[in-house]
Write a new protein. Sequence first.
Length: 116
Amino acid sequence: MSRERAQRIQVLPGTLDLIVLRTLATMGPQHAYGISTRLQQVSEDLLNLNQGTLYPALVRLEQQGWIKGTWEKTENNREAKYYAITHAGRKALSEETQRWRRLAGLVEKLLIAEES
């Protein structure tokens, strides 16, 4: 296994929805490939989502009403479903961001306590 592949990050359960919502809130409507490419770019290739991971998350977010998908033409004149964050999605993003920060802070606190 290459060193680069060994260093890739696995998405923790519950975090994929958060990062997809953040991506859509930041970039505006995107198709799945655009979302995946952006996450790979921002993570400096440490996060590489395959379709089997990303598409179920998009379906779940759409069913929750947090994103809305519409079929449009891509820059290559192909049909693709573009996803946009909804008002409910922005509210969920805010709540999930706060929850994640509390959890990350708690984990950090516990790791520091164990080092002492």
